[in-house]
Design a protein around this ligand. Sequence first.
Ligand code: ADP
Ligand code: MG
Length: 210
Amino acid sequence: MSNKAESVAILINALQLTIETHQDEVAELDRAIGDGDHVVNLQRGLNALEALSDELINLEWPPTFMKIGMTLMSTMGGASGSLFGTLFISMAKAAKDKQVDLATFSAIFAQGVDSVKQRGKSDIGEKTMLDTLIPVANSLLDDARNNIEFNQALESAKQYAVSGMQSTKALLATKGRASFLGERAIGHIDPGARTSQLMICAIADALIKG
Ligand code: ADP
Ligand code: MG
């Protein structure tokens, strides 16, 4: 994946594919501890991104992130729409005037995840998408600091995404709809943690394949 123009369309398609492949499972997760709409919300957002692909390929990364964030925010709906939207809008601001490489990207992504924490008034351990996003952000920051090779950093990010997602199963939910269930949410993986993990793994795989 040599240049930005190719990458955007490939990455959006990789996201659509992984969510489509797991759509029944994710729908079931949100039916168990939410209202069942998470996968449909996300697919609506990803389809809107696909429709924008031609426009996005001509932009630098910061306006690309901004457009992605605004589009997810306005098309997805649900708590996850505003949170995924916030992630990218904040990344756009953090990416301004920067070349995107592992060192800058890890800082940009960490800034985005921080904004999700603020917007959701939540943190790790509350059974949300943040249980996937925070460990991945920390792993990328550590690896960038230690000059770890790019593909190795992506492999670690994948592992942290999976373990973070799995950690939500045992947790009590203290934010979002699942929090209404109290102890009954225990034993179920959080749908937003699962889709975040699937998307991070799909992006990492696409970048590793190059
Ligand atoms: P809704 O809950 O409004 O129906 P979705 O079903 O699309 O929205 O998304 C639900 C997901 O959003 C949850 O699985 C969780 O990961 C995430 N989520 C909900 N509230 C919060 C929050 N306050 N902070 C972080 N993530 C949240
Ligand atoms: Mg829902």
